[in-house]
Design a protein around this ligand. Structure first.
Ligand SMILES: NC(=O)c1ccc[n+]([C@@H]2O[C@H](COP(=O)([O-])OP(=O)(O)OC[C@H]3O[C@@H](n4cnc5c(N)ncnc54)[C@H](OP(=O)(O)O)[C@@H]3O)[C@@H](O)[C@H]2O)c1
Length: 317
C-alpha cells in the first residue's frame, strides 16, 4: 500500500511517499481503509526528531499520522459494534504501530467512533486529536460551566477553535487570543472577548480568569508565564504543548494557582459525543486545506509555520 514514510528523523521534506506492507490486526483492533488523515503539530515535531521520536525510533521506516477518517476494512469479530463498511473516525496508536498517512491503518476499536453523518471524510479527519484535546482540557479537567471565565490561547488553531466552542457550549464566558486576521473568525466561534496578540498584551486587557487553556506556552513571547498574571487566586493553568514550559507547575504553585499538563486521550466514546454535537450543529469544524498525499511536503511546511486557521488534512483516497 502507499504511505508517507519516515526513514530517518530530520527536516520534514525528507519524508517519502512509497510502498509498504499493509498493517496487521490483533484482538479488538480494527483495520481502517483511510480516506483522509488529519495533521497535527506532533506529526512534524516527531518527524523532525522531537515529539515522540524516541518511542517510534524502533518502528522506522515509520508512518506518521494519528487522526483518521475512513471505512472499516477488517472488524474484530462477527458481533462487534464495528463492522466492515462502517464509516468511522478516531486516533491510531501511532506511537506503537504505523500511523494514518497511509492507505490502511490499525486502530484500537475503543479509539474509534461513527463518523459524523454531516461531515465529509476530509472534515471528519480534522476532528479527533484537536477536538479530544480541547474536550479533555475544557470539559474533563476544567469542567466548563456558567459563571466561569476561560481564556483560550490560540483560539484560531486546531485545538483552539474546538476549545472556544466547547467552553461556550457549556456556558462559560470565553476569551481568546488570535492575530488580527482571525478576530472575526474567533467571534464567529462564540468568543466573548477576542484579544489580538499582535497588538495588545492580553494581561493588560483580561483579569480574574478562572482557567487558562494555554496552547502556546513559553515558546512564543512568554505566553505561559504571562498567563499566570490574569488568573484569579486558586485559578487553573493548563499547559497543552507539554515541552513548551517545563517549570509551569512550580511557577503556578508559587502564585497560589493550580496547574496541570494535558495529554490527549484517544477516547472513542468522547469522540462519539463530539460527533453528535457536530451533527446537531452545535460545533463546527474549520478546515483550512486538504492536501493530496503527494503534496505532503507542502502540507508539513504549512503546519510547521504555526499559523493554520483550524486544520489541515491529507486526502488519501
Ligand atoms: N499535549 C497534547 O496531548 C497535545 C494535543 C494536541 C496539541 N498539542 C500541542 O498544542 C499546541 C497547539 O496545537 P494545535 O493543533 O492547536 O496547533 P495549530 O493548529 O498549529 O495552532 C496554530 C494556531 O496558533 C495560533 N498562534 C500562533 N502563535 C500564537 C500566539 N503567540 N498567541 C496566540 N495564538 C497563536 C495561530 O493563530 P494566528 O495565525 O492568528 O497567529 C494559529 O491559528 C501545539 O504545540 C501542539 O503540539 C498538545
Amino acid at each position: 500500500m502507499q504511505a508517507v514514510l519516515v526513514r530517518a528523523f530530520g527536516p520534514t521534506d525528507g519524508v517519502e511517499v512509497g510502498e509498504i506492507e499493509p498493517p496487521l490486526r490483533l484482538g479488538t483492533e480494527v483495520i481502517v481503509d483511510v480516506h483522509a488523515a488529519g495533521m497535527n503539530p506532533i506529526d512534524w515535531k516527531t518527524v523532525a526528531g522531537k515529539g515522540a521520536a524516541k518511542a517510534v525510533a524502533p518502528l522506522l521506516p515509520w508512518v506518521p499520522g494519528g487522526d483518521v477518517a475512513g471505512v472499516v476494512a477488517e472488524a474484530p469479530y462477527e458481533a462487534h459494534d464495528l463492522q466492515v463498511g462502517d464509516a468511522v473516525y478516531g486516533i491510531a496508536n501511532h506511537w506503537r504501530t504505523r500511523g494514518s498517512f497511509a492507505e490502511q491503518v490499525t486502530v484500537p476499536s475503543l479509539a474509534l467512533a461513527p463518523k459524523p453523518e454531516s461531515l465529509s471524510f476530509e472534515l471528519a479527519a480534522a476532528v479527533p486529536c484537536a477536538a479530544l484535546t480541547a474536550w479533555d482540557a475544557v470539559v474533563r479537567i476544567a469542567k466548563a460551566r456558567a459563571g466561569q471565565r476561560i481564556l483560550v490561547h490560540a483560539g484560531a488553531g486546531g485545538v483552539g477553535h474546538f476549545a472556544v466552542q466547547f467552553a461556550k457550549y457549556f456556558g462559560a464566558h470565553v476569551a481568546t487570543t488570535v492575530s488580527g486576521r482571525n478576530v472575526d473568525f474567533a467571534r464567529s466561534l462564540g468568543a466573548d472577548e477576542v484579544v489580538d496578540y499582535t497588538r495588545d498584551r492580553f494581561e493588560d486587557v483580561l483579569q480574574k480568569v478562572d482557567v487558562v487553556v494555554d496552547l502556546v506556552g513559553n515558546v512564543s513571547d512568554d505566553t505561559g508565564t504571562r498567563s499566570l498574571d490574569v488568573l484569579k487566586h486558586g485559578g487553573l493553568y493548563l499547559n497543552v504543548p507539554t515541552g513548551s514550559w517545563p517549570e509551569y507547575a512550580a511557577a503556578s504553585a508559587e502564585r497560589g494557582l493550580r496547574s496541570s499538563s494535558v495529554k490527549v486521550e484517544a477516547d472513542g466514546s468522547n469522540l462519539g459525543i463530539i460527533g453528535r454535537l457536530i451533527d446537531a450543529g452545535d460545533v463546527r469544524v474549520e478546515l483550512q486545506h486538504a492536501y493530496r498525499m503527494d503534496e505532503v511536503h507542502e502540507a508539513f511546511a504549512e503546519l510547521q509555520g504555526g499559523h493554520v486557521r483550524g486544520k489541515l488534512v491529507l486526502k488519501v483516497r
